[in-house]
Write a protein that binds this ligand. Sequence first.
Ligand code: BMP
Length: 247
Amino acid sequence: MATFKTRLSKISKSNGKVILANDYDLSTRNLESKTIENIKKLHPFLSGIKLNFHLLLPLGTKEITRINNISHRYGLQTIADIKLNDIGNTNKITTEHLWNFGFDAVIINPIMGLESLKNLVKSAHKNNKGIITLCHMSAPEAKLSYDMEIKIRKKQRLYQLFLDWALAAKVDGIVVGATFPEIIKYCSKNVGKKLNIFSPGVGTQGGSAHEVMSAGTDYLIVGRTILNDKNPISIAKELRLQSLTKK
Ligand code: BMP
């Protein structure tokens, strides 16, 4: 079986490089059928779908497995966005559950440490699954934490350390917010083709799809800009075209 990176790259050749952040709030009923409807309606313009922790909580094993199976039927890769950050033992159990649900990849928080990260990558890759780590988040206040100056062996910023760890652990991808295009450029220069850059924060949060794709982003993660639009299909189509902007 191909790796997560290869599977994602393959579907993106026809469908473009947009991953739907399938986010809904507490007032939304029928989460499962809404999600399946999104997959059926939007799949030609998506390479994947991301399900956040808050979406997984009210769903059960059956529902999550069905969503993953239907996504796969349409060729979409599925990402569990739980920003996992715990000790090795519970990380292992959590990812085993996610793989059993049928997810292709998980987003994790590298603050857990390099050794834990390496272990997760090893076990994920044995199962042909992917690991994506946070590098620099999209919210304005991320500057305070991810840009923090630190010193372990040398002086650097926290996101630079997370980038070094992502490379050392051979993760499949990193998250760098679309609202920080200069940081995307820095990361892109340093990673080359070794891993993919995933950028949330386009549209509603102020990031520009064109700008981040030219800065070096590989995949756009987009939620509200598509889901809250009067015509989600046309906005997804337009974002698909923008996601094909050359680096
Ligand atoms: P939206 O396009 O509606 O702003 O959604 C962005 C999605 O990306 C959300 O699911 C959010 O959890 C996620 N995200 C983010 O916005 N910024 C980050 O730095 C990391 C994320 O995972």
